[in-house]
Design a protein around this ligand. Sequence first.
Ligand code: HEM
Length: 91
Amino acid sequence: MYQVYDVTLFMDNHPGGGEVWLRATGKDATVDFSDVDHSDIAKGKMEKYYIGEIDQSTIPVKHSNSKHTLIIKVLLVGIMVGALGILFAVL
Ligand code: HEM
């Protein structure tokens, strides 16, 4: 389970700055949080911003669209080659 915190209200007052949180947006920040070795005071403050838990198995997995991107690239090259062919035929 992921523990979720709404830190928007604390953003301007976070001693580590709001920037570090922006960099952690949309991802699991557990490692970033432990790397700092937050004090017990910091850990106590977290309770105030705790909003619940998310079961990570319910988070949609990002699929790579590389196959679609390749098809689009091949089509674009085909269109360009076709356009050049028409251009040379006309000239
Ligand atoms: C609700 C969550 C959080 C709370 C309440 C919180 C609170 C604090 C507090 C009170 C400090 C001052 C130092 C201390 O007492 O340990 C601090 C420092 C810091 N925090 Fe957080 N923090 C939170 C989440 C995070 C996250 C997710 C990150 C990283 C992505 C982060 C990065 C930092 C950094 C870089 C510092 C500065 C450390 C230093 O200057 O040595 N914090 N935080």
